[in-house]
Design a protein around this ligand. Structure first.
Ligand SMILES: Nc1nc(=O)c2c([nH]1)NC[C@@H]1CN(c3ccc(C(=O)N[C@@H](CCC(=O)O)C(=O)O)cc3)C=[N+]21
Length: 296
């Protein structure tokens, strides 16, 4: 039985069209389009590609895209000053500082400096805490996109066994929180997990976010399980995920491809978060702002 291939690209285009309609409505009500600032330090070619595609998607949704490119040798103080200026700028609704930052920059200090209510990446500890405690806040874009794809596959997520492989602050941990909020039974596995194979093999939902190309193979997957591949690894044979797609697709019930799976959803969710931010920041009484996450 071959798996259903989850079309993240198509799902992302639908979400982006929905966001574009929301942007148009907001502009009609307030006279202002949402603004997203993306800060890129250094010349990393992969980061430059992402920043360019984010800028394009932002403009296509009818929002203003502000790109700030800084040289690789930029120091922490300069970045903190830029973030402070963006925090204070009323035309900016969302701030994204592209990671990774150069090693000499205090990345934690930079993320802490972003106004949590402009933190459309959801990386600020205040938003991590809001997510962990069930309060409204910005949810990191990649895990948010993964949950949207999972909801399309599963009418009921409650009670399913989910394994998240990877425990990063930007994917693994928020992914686990979101699945818990969906009432899944969640295991967070990582490089020190004993008998990873056996744990993955029991899961109804596998989210792979380890950064090791093709690590999770078909014989690890429970027949019929849903496999979400967050990995973006550049290899000699092109862009590949953390899942060995061919062998896993032969066993899974549904699986995301790389490219065309989670990646496009990440960008679409960034736009959705930015629209939510702009709605919340619109003058009181002018527009009925829904809770954060309402655009998703
Ligand atoms: N502050 C911050 N926020 C981020 O969200 C962030 C970041 N830093 N640093 C880098 C990672 C990576 N990331 C991706 C977004 C889209 C695709 C994407 O659309 N990928 C396409 C393929 C693109 C290609 O061909 O390279 C796909 O999977 O189909 C991939 C990766 C966001 N990141």
């Amino acid at each position: 039985m071959a798996a259903t291939i989850i079309d993240g690209k198509a799902r992302a285009l639908r979400l982006r069209a929905e966001v574009a309609r929301g942007v148009e409505a907001l502009r009609a009500e307030t006279g202002r389009a949402p603004g997203l600032a993306v800060v890129l330090v250094g010349e990393d070619p992969a980061s430059a590609v992402y920043v360019r595609s984010k800028g394009k998607a932002t403009r296509e949704a009818g929002m203003n895209s502000v790109e700030r490119r800084l040289p690789a040798e930029t120091d922490t103080a300069t970045l903190l000053a830029l973030v402070a200026a963006l925090n204070a700028d009323p035309a900016i609704d969302g701030i994204l500082v592209q990671l990774p930052l150069p090693a000499h920059v205090d990345a934690a200090a930079v993320l802490l400096a972003i106004d949590p209510d402009k933190d459309v990446d959801g990386f600020h500890p205040v938003n991590a805490g809001r997510l962990a405690t069930g309060m409204p806040g910005f949810v990191p874009c990649t895990p948010l996109g993964c949950v949207m794809l999972l909801r399309d596959v599963h009418a009921h997520l409650a009670g399913l066994d989910a394994v998240v492989v990877g425990r990063s602050n930007i994917v693994g941990k928020p992914m686990a929180q979101l699945l818990l909020a969906e009432s899944c039974t969640v295991t967070v596995a990582h490089s020190r997990t004993r008998d990873l194979f056996a744990r993955v093999r029991e899961a109804d939902i596998v989210v792979a976010a380890v950064g090791i190309p093709g690590m999770i193979r078909g014989d690890w997957i429970k027949p019929g399980a849903t496999v979400i591949d967050v990995g973006i690894n550049r290899t000699d044979s092109g862009l590949v995920g953390d899942v060995d797609f061919a062998s896993a697709a032969a066993v899974a019930g549904a699986i995301t491809p790389v490219p065309g799976g989670v990646g496009p959803m990440t960008i679409a969710c960034l736009l959705s978060n930015t629209l939510d931010s702009a709605r919340r920041r619109a003058p009181v009484g002018l527009i009925a702002a829904g809770p954060i996450g309402a655009s998703a």
